[in-house]
Design a binder for this molecule. Structure first.
Ligand code: ZN
Length: 322
């Protein structure tokens, strides 16, 4: 049953979620409510809302099943959430593990590459993906990273050109890249199709695109329910394998593969992120006593990756050749 969306308010001084989102796949403006907004209980620190302390109202599209936040903050308020973020995406002490995770992503997408000349990593963070591509022969390394602290680290990669603009504000030529990567970006966007259509044009025909998002249909997501950590103010869309593939198909990409992805983390880091405090405290004590905090685990953490490509010719031509 489609339910109309209710606007949630914080207290009189807090930001208000007033921007209505539609389903990014089929444009349906209203969804069935999955979880009600928790904005009224958000933590405010130094006058700023903690984006991890709450989620918007979460809805499911009755037509295609895509799960999405709506209403969300307006464009300026959303930008403030990012500008206020001063840290890189990789937690202190987890850099080597972040690198391992990126190497595994690169191994997934590499078979789809036809040439290795120019790569664009949108949301490149400290630049691990660009550096891995460089070591595999890419010479044109381009990164988009609005968080200054992360961009400054990425700039130290030999040959890298990093912009702190938002991707939509930065012009790249058409038919330019052999590879575009989007690690934990697509589910943060207000209009993912707009970005994907732009990326399609900037890829060379036959160029590959790779994206990783949280999998709202994963065992972890099902087990944690509303406590699934991606339900926070940074995420507007929550994909399953099938809704992720449908979004890319809608934007004229040819799907190569959609697969669960693996992350490497230290056990100490994972324990620290356990969303249920009493369990976290007990496990943290055991792990510390056993000196296992630094143990590296490579596990599926409820993420999925999609490998797709801009078809070599228009889809009609591609069909007639098959
Ligand atoms: Zn839909």
């Amino acid at each position: 049953m489609a339910t109309s969306v209710t606007v949630q308010r914080l207290d009189s001084s807090g930001p208000e979620a007033s921007q209505q989102l539609c389903c990014a796949i089929c444009g349906t403006p209203e969804g069935e409510i999955v979880y009600r907004s928790t904005l009224a209980d958000a933590t405010i620190r130094d006058g700023r809302i903690d984006p991890y302390s709450a989620h918007y109202q979460i809805n499911r599209c009755p037509r295609c099943g895509l799960v999405f936040s709506s209403p969300i903050f307006d464009t300026e308020q959303v930008r403030e959430l990012y500008v206020a973020s001063t840290e890189t995406n990789i937690a202190v002490g987890e850099d080597a593990n972040g690198r391992r995770t990126m190497e595994r992503y690169y191994a997934l997408l590499r078979p789809a590459l036809t040439r290795r000349e120019r790569v664009l990593d949108i949301g490149c963070d400290v630049g691990h993906m660009l550096d891995i591509a460089r070591l595999d022969g890419f010479s044109g390394l381009h990164g988009v990273e609005p968080v200054g602290a992360a961009a400054r680290v990425a700039e130290t990669i030999p040959g890298a050109t990093i912009t702190t603009d938002f991707y939509e504000d930065h012009a790249y030529p058409p038919d330019y890249f052999d590879l575009i990567t989007l690690i934990h970006v697509v589910d943060h966007l207000v209009e993912p199709s707009m970005l994907l259509e732009r990326a399609w044009k900037q890829l060379k025909p036959g160029g590959a695109i790779f994206a990783v998002v949280h999998n709202s249909d994963s065992l972890l997501a099902r087990a944690l329910g509303e406590r699934f950590p991606p339900y926070n103010l940074f995420h507007n869309y929550f994909f399953s394998s099938s809704t992720l593939a449908r979004l890319f198909q809608k934007c004229a990409f040819e799907i190569v593969d959609v697969v669960p992805t693996y992350n490497s983390y230290s056990l100490g880091f994972l324990v620290d992120k356990t969303p249920i405090p009493p369990i976290r405290r007990v496990v943290a004590r055991v792990v510390t006593l056993a000196h296992l905090n630094a143990l590296v685990l490579t596990i599926p953490l409820g993420n999925i990756g999609i490998v797709a490509r801009r078809p070599l010719a228009s889809s009609d031509d591609a069909r007639s050749r098959r």
